[in-house]
Design a protein around this ligand. Structure first.
Ligand code: HEM
Length: 510
């Protein structure tokens, strides 16, 4: 280690318990104060944990990219495993790396592109259900639509099907309970099996698993009958399976593993679930991967879209530019007449956006980018240090925690002029080129960076273009809107918006 200085980086000298309670009350403000006061690297104690906060893009780049092997995600993952199992988010080391290789092909550009029609279909269904003048909670609406999209894309499961209400309820209960477990008292409460929340969460976990396993079993039967058909002499060579989702893909991989094991290996595994022995991908693993994607891929995008509409409602000049861009890309030139509910005739229908339009939505992209700057859905990334690690002239000892906060970095005046203001125009190509890589990192980076980033960009842009073709939203007065930084950055009590129809919707119920 070079030029090492004995001693600790600067940091708040408050007693650790006081700082912990301040942090639990308002983590965003606590991080903001610390980063403003102490700069690039600071040290403090949260309870008994030594914490180093890195507030310099170069340090963050080293931790996430070049030296990532020296860090683990740490304790919070153990808690998350209760719900997520051992999927991509919660696994570490070699297990994580080999899983990422398996999942990666499902996130290649062509695959992501094929989810475009799913995204716009569910957006349109939602728009169709809204009524002119009514008030919605935009966070609830965005959560519902993004859950439908991710379920359809990852499992080919339709959230408008019969049992989907049960699925949605069980999913939400399990997700909320998993968050509750992150609370310092969560574990203790969890060990009291008669508490209503505990009873409810166990029941929900069973329901959720039973629906996912049933889906897997039906899908497996479907695959095997298609394979039988294919191998029969009368069949044409074309495979009939048109499902393109992650669940089917992983089941097919599981089948391949089983075939290979039958031919290549002795049958000595203790695998022991109903998918057979020796397989690389067990049913439990497939379940864990799929549930992980549903969780990681819906709340984050729901929050990003919620905050985007919150910001648009407060910046009519930005909103107008979004409308103008949509008009120029999606408005049909033919002056088609559409009758609205009150008998008025409006001119000019909108076609639905497709993935081919995305490159034309340059302003919407800036809006979405700027919204994730001010309200990064993942507001901080934490790592545990495996071996003593040098940052600047300090040694961060093994066992310490490192925090790197998107929220504080994205609002740093060092990189952003008027950092608290919503200015999508700042995102010129030139500005992006000169910005240090980790002064803007809503999706993290490196080997543990977000695999769903292209999915999220596509979904964000297509949903804004679809929704804002038809609806304008205004904030209901007298609301106190507060950020609730849990695992993701939620609005504390939702956000109430009033709907105003811009244009009639195809098959409209306006
Ligand atoms: C605006 C939307 C999203 C944001 C802001 C976001 C943010 C992030 C961040 C910051 C990480 C890294 C966490 C860390 O390093 O500790 C991450 C990881 C991950 N994200 Fe996303 N995400 C979004 C959407 C999605 C979507 C749509 C999916 C899936 C369809 C997804 C799946 C994942 C997975 C599986 C990981 C773990 C990757 C790994 O550890 O290898 N995310 N995300």
């Amino acid at each position: 280690m070079e030029n090492v200085e004995k001693g600790l980086p600067p940091g708040p000298s408050k007693r650790p318990v006081r700082l912990l309670s301040q942090f639990l009350r308002d983590p965003l403000q606590t991080f903001t104060n610390i980063s403003k006061e102490y700069g690039d690297i600071s040290y403090f104690k949260l309870g008994r944990q030594d914490v180093y906060m890195l507030n310099n893009p170069d340090y963050i780049e080293r931790v996430l990219i070049y030296d990532h092997k020296n860090f683990k995600k740490g304790k919070r993952l153990e808690i998350a495993k209760r719900f997520l199992g051992e999927g991509l988010v919660t696994s570490e080391g070699e297990k994580h790396d080999s899983q990422k290789k398996i999942i990666h092909p499902f996130f290649l550009p062509k695959k992501i592109s094929s989810f475009g029609p799913i995204m716009t279909k569910y957006a349109l269904d939602m728009c169709n259900n809204w009524q002119d003048g009514s008030v919605i909670d935009i966070h609830k609406e965005m959560s519902k639509v993004t859950l439908s999209i991710i379920c359809k894309s990852m499992m080919d499961y339709d959230m408008q099907s019969d049992e989907s209400e049960e699925f949605g309820r069980a999913f939400t209960i399990s997700k909320n309970y998993s968050k509750r477990l992150q609370h310092p008292l969560g574990h203790i409460l969890d060990s009291i099996p008669i508490l209503p929340k505990v009873v409810e969460s166990r029941k929900a976990a069973k329901t959720l698993d039973s629906i996912v396993y049933k889906l897997m079993s039906t899908r497996r039967q479907e695959i095997s009958s298609q394979q039988d058909e294919l191998s029969s002499p009368s069949s044409s060579d074309k495979p009939k399976n048109t499902r393109d989702d992650l669940l089917t893909g992983l089941l097919l991989l599981g089948n391949l593993d089983r075939e290979n094991n039958k031919t290549n290996k002795p049958n000595n595994s203790k695998g022991g679930d109903d998918a057979g022995d020796n397989q690389v991908m067990s049913d439990q693993q497939i379940r864990d991967h799929v549930i992980t994607m549903l969780i990681a891929g819906h709340e984050t995008t729901a929050n990003a879209l919620t905050w985007t509409y919150y910001l648009l409602a407060q910046h009519p000049e930005v909103e107008q530019k979004v409308f103008d861009e949509i008009d120029s890309v999606l408005k049909n030139n033919s002056s088609s007449r559409v009758k609205t509910g009150n008998g008025a005739i409006k001119f000019g229908e909108y076609r639905l956006p497709t993935t081919k339009d995305i490159s034309q939505f340059k302003y919407i992209e800036k809006v979405f980018r700027e919204s994730m700057r001010l309200f990064p859905p993942v507001w901080t990334i934490g790592r545990m240090v495996e071996e003593d690690y040098q940052v600047d002239k300090y040694v961060v000892p093994k066992g310490s925690a490192i925090f790197m906060s998107q929220y504080t970095m994205h609002r740093s005046p060092r990189y952003y002029e008027n950092p608290e203001q919503f200015i999508p125009e700042r995102w010129t190509d030139d500005f992006k080129r000169h910005l240090p890589r980790f002064s803007y990192f809503p999706f993290g980076g490196g080997l543990r960076g977000c695999i769903g980033e292209p999915f999220a960009w596509q979904e964000g842009i297509l949903l804004i273009a679809s929704i804002s073709s038809y609806w304008k939203m205004t904030l209901r007065p007298n609301q106190k809107i507060k950020m609730d930084p849990g695992i993701t950055l939620n609005p504390k009590k939702g956000i109430k918006m009033q709907l105003h129809a811009r244009n009639p919707i195809p098959g409209n119920r306006l």
